[in-house]
Design a binder for this molecule. Sequence first.
Ligand code: NAD
Length: 380
Amino acid sequence: MKRTIAVLPGDGIGSEVMAEALRVLKFIAAKFGHEFETKEGTVGGAAFEKFGSHLPSETLELCSASDAILFGSVGGPINEMHKPKWIDCERNSILALRKHFRFAINLRPARIYPDMIGISPLKASVIKKGVDIVIVRELLGDAYFGKHNSFERDGKRVATDESEYTEDQVKTAAHAAFKTARQRSKHLTSVDKANVLTTSRLWRQVVHEVAQDYKDVEVSDMLVDNCAMQLILDPGQFDVIVTSNMFGDILSDAAAALPGSLGLMASASLTEAGFGLYEPPGGSAQDIAGKGIANPIAQILSTALMLRHSFALTAEADAIEAAVESALRAGYRTGDIYDQSEKQDGKRLVGTTEMADAILHELENHCAVKKKEKGSLATV
Ligand code: NAD
């Protein structure tokens, strides 16, 4: 397969973790016989310095001409937010990209690896054998895109945010969620507030209509307040969750806390046609930038999501995800996921590059085993 990828490392740890993700991508291309042409563009503060804009037209054109976007992170240190380079940096770059391409869906996996239970804020008894959830969030509807109004009534300030959903928006999210569930354990939880909101009633109705096309997937409904509670009390009950824009915004951040570090999380934003932007949901982590200690796993897993969702390269994505899990099982830990109490168990505190080295080593082993089993990687 031949594909062009726009690579936007951005600011802070962006370029450090992106460099490691590209090493993994290069390995996959060589092993599986693909040609991935990566073209780098500037975004965020890095772009502002060069072009006086957080999202220069050159970068936008590069993205439009590519098959997918691999994004790092943008933004400056909290104490420098007043400087022109950083003012509205996130809004002018990543939010502008999302708006420009009209990404309709956000996929946010949240996984607690069995070997990483110790760093989750939840008790081991709650996590049991690990947690593996994908949240599918609708991105174009809800109060975010409705009319916003503030006015005075009877001498008091009033504010309104209009929330709207069309059946097509719900259908797009539902199809993406059912397809994701079909590739996993075939269980989908649709989250809404249908006991109160009209938009939620439409949401529930349309999700069940779409369910008729996916009879092999079991679907159940849950109210958002209960879902927030269940994510903490018993996250293992969930596989794929589909929900509206605002509920998804909040629930995906709640789920992001479960694995114990932003450095383990990946995310994908997809258009209806499958064009995607892949990025770690965390920021530029300016507190650790330039020190070579950032966790590259989030960026590497975002690359795996790109292979899976934009290029339909399932075996390649599976291989990367398995290699990450094996490297963690083998005891490699960057600072954000290093639990002092594990020192005695032979866990190794490593930097960004060493962590990627460990993942590449496991990837090599994984590919060798698969090749032996099947005779050729192309048939995996
Ligand atoms: P952050 O997500 O950058 O960092 C929060 C904490 O998580 C920090 O302690 C950081 O060291 C840690 N962390 C994050 N990713 C890590 C990784 N890969 N490895 C190890 N540790 C990691 O949030 P913040 O510090 O509030 O924001 C810093 C900048 O990032 C701000 O300018 C903010 O606006 C921006 N931001 C950008 C995005 C984006 O690009 N999508 C998202 C969130 C924040």
